[in-house]
Structures are given as structure tokens and as C-alpha cells.
Design a protein around this ligand. Sequence first.
Ligand code: MEV
Length: 311
Amino acid sequence: MDVGKTRAYGKLILFGEHFVVYKAPALVGAVSSYTDCKFEHLDEPGLEVVDNRPAVPNYKVKKRAEGEEAIGLTLSHLGVDHTKRGIRLTFGGDLCAVSGIGASAAQVVSLARAVNEAESKNLSEEEINAAGYEGEKGYHGTPSGIDNTASTYGGLLRFQRTDGDPIFEKKQFPSPIRIVYATTGITASTTEVVGDVRAKKQADETWFSSMLDEYNKIVAEAEQTINAGDLERLGQLMDQNHTLLQKLTVSCKELDDLVLAAREAGAIGAKMTGTGRGGLCIALTPTPEIQCKVASALEKLAPQVWKTTFA
Ligand code: MEV
């Protein structure tokens, strides 16, 4: 099979992790790194999974059970039964599996694409995305759908969960958005952190709703800023979003240290991205030179650092 057709991208949330779960709009960019999946039938019944994805230490061990659940959910959503005819799935690609990059979504979306190819199902992108969403439930019980949507469609997106289907649209920025992202090396459990935020919300609805109000102002301005192509202001708003995430208690010392180091090295905005309590920091860098400077500064603190561009 043509593995190229099974590519599913990673993502970085610019605005709105956690708030997106409560139907606030979010802005997300897909990275060009991808996961792909080879689907082969076997003579014997059963499911064999070969995971060749690059990953930070511990990621695959910590996520093994959730990954198995996610694969099972995706296969059953697509009506694939390996108890009659066996299947070998081989995951690969250049996306490093790390908390924060949407590696779980990329895995299940690439699997949906592989099933589509192998079984000539002729699925639409919407159906691929829906299968990815089902799979994501294995990794985190109540996904907002932002990760699988970015993974399926790529590009820069405004995403909003609703009571029905999510609403999303592609956004365009007039110049390249240069990003550095760095891992704390800590693998977080999205289920646990999202559950903890929910418990905090339930314990103090007034507090949470004031945070949500504050966030909604930030993201509304961020969207206008993207439309206007104002990179400098976008960075300031990312800083503000990070402060809110600190108040939400989903940041941690390791993330805050990376955020500060990125700003000191010349980033015009920096925040944690994704689940938090580990995972990734994302920094906005206005020129290729500053992008390299920020990457070098973060390399002193982080086990792994990447550069990317949302074009
Ligand atoms: C995870 O990438 C983003 C969260 O907001 C969870 C979700 O949206 O499903 C933390």
C-alpha cells in the first residue's frame, strides 16, 4: 500500500488548550511532521502493532495501554475485525511522539487513512476525522476534537466545539509564523489533567467562568490579530494565554522555565501548549535568526527542541 497517503500531522495549539473543551474557540497550527501507517493482512487472526515512531523516552511505555485502546476504538468504528483475519499495523513517520504535539491524534488519523486505503472504503476527510475522534477517546475520554481535526486537515485553523459537529475554518497569516517548540521531557496524561481541570471548575464555577471570560477576550483579539498579520501583538497575547494557564494550574516549573528562557532569548511570545503539567512549550520567533537563537537557548534546558513554520 502507498503509506504516503496515510500521513497525519502533528499540531501545536497557539490559543485555547483546556478552554476549548468548554466550547471556547481555539487557534491551532498543524506541523509538517507526520505519522504514517502501513496496514497488512495476516494469515492468522489477531492484531500486531509495530510502533516505529520516534518518541521521547518513556512516551511509548506510559501511553501503551491508551494507545491500544485508541487503536481498538478506531478499528471498531471503521468496522475492521481482526479476530477473523489478522492485521499488522506499522506506525512510522517523522513526528516525534511527545506530550503536546498531538501524537495520539496523528496515530489514529493515520490508522483511519490506512484502513481507508487498504479496504478501499472511499472515506471522505470528514469521515477520516470522525474516525480519528473516536480513536482519540482511547487516549483521553472526552476529547474536544481539536487535535484530530488539525491532524486531518493541516494548516492553521480556528476550531470550536459545539453540541453538534465542531466548527472549524482555515486561517491565513500574511507572513510565515516561525515557531520553536521544546519538550520538558515529561509525559502527561491528558485524561488526568483534563479531569483535574473539570474538578476545579465544578468546585468553583465562578472562578472558572471568570477565567473563561478572560480567555475569550484573548482569543477574539488573537483572531483579529491573525487577520491583520500583527505578529508582535500575537506574541503578547500568547504570553497572556500562558498566564491564564498558570492560573488554571496546568503549567509547571519546567514549562515556566522554558517559557521564560524563550522570551529572554528573543521570542516575542511564549506559552505552554497542549495538556500541560509537562509536555511542550511553544515560542513565537519573528526572524530565522531569532528562531535559531531561541532554539539554542532552549537546547540548554530541554531534552529536545524543534523549529517549524506555519505558512
Ligand atoms: C490537548 O491537546 C488539548 C486539550 O485541550 C484537550 C482537548 O482539547 O481535548 C487539553
